[in-house]
Design a protein around this ligand. Structure first.
Ligand SMILES: Cc1cc2nc3c(=O)[nH]c(=O)nc-3n(C[C@H](O)[C@H](O)[C@H](O)COP(=O)(O)O)c2cc1C
Ligand code: SF4
Length: 498
């Protein structure tokens, strides 16, 4: 998919906020069933957002509790906890659910949200698997240590540089030649994957079946996801969301770029096979606990899956027992910008990343409700197949009218907002109680996403408007310059100036 062209800055959509009575009678604030035992009081939803607040060992911290408590006070119908790793491997300050020792911390998180929302919010946790991605190395490190010097590499070098002596040269000499090579020589010498590892950092793919741990994913992942779902249930969550979207393992199985030839790729059925097997394993473990999933309505990359196939995936996954289908778009590594040396590629930096989290600097379609047609197509196919599985839409939802119109049109059953909820976690409550004029409106310029990209604690630039660095009553980022939490709002503050 080409990068949106002719970008212009789009104004925020005008907002006419409902009265409390209008909100009470609205679709968006009406209940929705999500599985056998879960009813969300409203169709408002905060999708998963990684805030970089977990401990280095992946456990829940006070900052994590504060982050989710703050969203819960806005009483969304559903709050989805950030992508949480199903493996018990170090992955920095990202939440993990890959071992029973994480359960007590996650149970505290459940308790915190229940208390802060007065029991109004249903809490799900998104569970994720991802393959290894390395930071972009310095050429010295890459040629000095990381690149494997094989006979095959020497042979390629001999041909590329027309220097037969390279075939028998000692390893140290080959490494020195590589380091001294010009760009043109490297392009001729290195394989595309080696060049990618140099320019962007090495990244594993689900098609790397020469690597035993990648080849074996179809047998290792179902029990890992099932155990994670079991822990989510044990911790007291209302449900679990399988992360089949964006740049990660399960989305890569669904991808049209998945050319595995072991029955888990290449064909439509093959690409769907592991996602269905994971879902079945999770179901077998947790019974009628609520289990939904998030997947891509469009990968938004060259050669990637588009909406027609995604709609068919939706039907199959709904048939396979998903309790909701949350539809996202893009967010892939394939078109991500090359990172700086020492940093890892980030899947939201390229054109597909823009499709995932569109900004006001967009093509003529603009960012607002940009991805609703994908949810609409998935929902139409699911309904046509006779299934009533709820479909969740997200992407540039910034007003009550947008959400209400999307529901009225039948684009979705639930309308989610990530960045608007980040800008103002109270916005659902403000709208519900007729105080929409007090909503602090997201500007959709992605300051928050820039922090995420640098693995810094995510905050919203609007929170800092009336904040004086150094205020001892406010919890801040380590440099003391940014609020870690949205400013307080009291529902009794009719004329609040937030
Ligand atoms: C800081 C940040 C972190 C995110 N982390 C996740 C995540 O962990 N899992 C996920 O599925 N989507 C993630 N997203 C994507 C959002 O859930 C959402 O799909 C996207 O921001 C578009 O919705 P919006 O326009 O309402 O913000 C993240 C978005 C942001 C801004
Ligand atoms: S930082 Fe910008 S894009 Fe992110 S939530 Fe705040 S206003 Fe919205």
């Amino acid at each position: 998919m080409p990068e949106p062209t002719a970008r212009t800055r789009h104004p925020l959509p005008p907002a006419r906020w409902p009265t409390a009575a209008e909100a009470a009678a609205s679709r968006w604030f009406s209940p929705v069933r999500l599985g056998a035992h879960v009813v969300a009081a409203t169709r408002t939803w905060v999708p998963a957002m990684v805030p970089w607040r977990a401990a280095e060992d992946g456990s829940v911290t006070e900052d994590v509790l504060a982050w989710y408590r703050r969203f819960a006070r806005g009483r969304p119908g559903v709050l989805v906890v950030e992508a949480t790793g199903i493996r018990d491997v170090p992955s920095g300050p990202l939440l993990r659910i890959g071992d029973d020792r994480f359960v007590p911390g996650l149970a505290r998180l459940v308790e915190a949200v229940r208390e802060a929302s007065g029991g109004a919010t249903r809490l799900f946790v998104q569970v994720i698997d991802f393959l290894s991605i390395r930071r972009r190395p310095t050429p010295e490190a890459y040629f000095g240590r990381f690149l494997a010097v094989t006979d095959e590499l020497k042979d390629r070098g001999a041909r590329a540089l027309a220097d037969p002596r390279l075939r028998t040269a000692p390893e140290a000499e080959v490494r020195a030649r590589l380091l001294a090579a010009t760009r043109e020589e490297l392009v001729a010498w290195l394989s595309p994957r080696e060049l990618e590892a140099l320019d962007r950092g090495a990244r594993e793919r689900v098609t790397d079946v020469h690597l035993p741990h990648v080849r074996d994913l179809p047998s290792t992942l179902p029990p890992l996801f099932a155990a994670a779902a079991g822990r989510a249930r044990a911790a007291g969550f209302d449900g679990v969301e399988l992360h089949y979207a964006h740049a990660y393992t399960m989305a890569s199985f669904l991808s049209r770029l998945n050319t595995r030839e072991d029955g888990y790729g290449s064909t439509f059925e093959g690409r769907l096979r592991l996602p269905l097997e994971v879902l079945a394993a999770v179901r077998a473990r947790v019974g009628d606990f609520a289990v939904g999933l998030r997947f891509l309505g469009d990968e938004a990359i060259a050669g990637g899956t588009t909406v027609d196939e995604a709609a068919r995936f939706g039907v199959a996954l709904a048939r396979g027992g998903a309790d909701w289908l949350s539809v996202s778009k893009g967010g892939k590594f394939e078109d991500a910008k090359p990172p700086r040396v020492g940093e890892a590629a980030y899947p939201y930096t390229g054109p597909s990343g823009h499709e995932c989290m569109p900004t006001v600097y967009a093509d003529a379609r603009g960012p607002f409700g940009r991805n609703l047609p994908l949810a609409a197509a998935v929902r139409a196919a699911v309904r046509e197949a006779g299934l009533s599985t709820p479909v969740v839409a997200a992407g540039g939802i910034a007003t009550f009218a947008q959400a209400e119109d999307a529901l009225a049109r039948g684009d979705a059953d639930v309308v989610a907002s990530a960045r608007q909820a980040l800008a103002d976690p109270d916005w659902f409550e403000k709208v519900r109680t007729g105080r929409g004029a007090q909503v602090r409106r997201c500007e959709f310029t992605n300051y928050c996403e820039g922090l995420d990209q640098r693995h810094l604690q995510v905050t919203c630039k609007l929170w800092d408007k009336d904040f004086t660095p150094g205020d001892p009553t406010v919890r801040t980022s380590p440099d003391g310059r940014r609020r870690l939490e949205a400013p307080d709002w009291s529902p009794t503050d009719r004329h609040g100036t937030l």
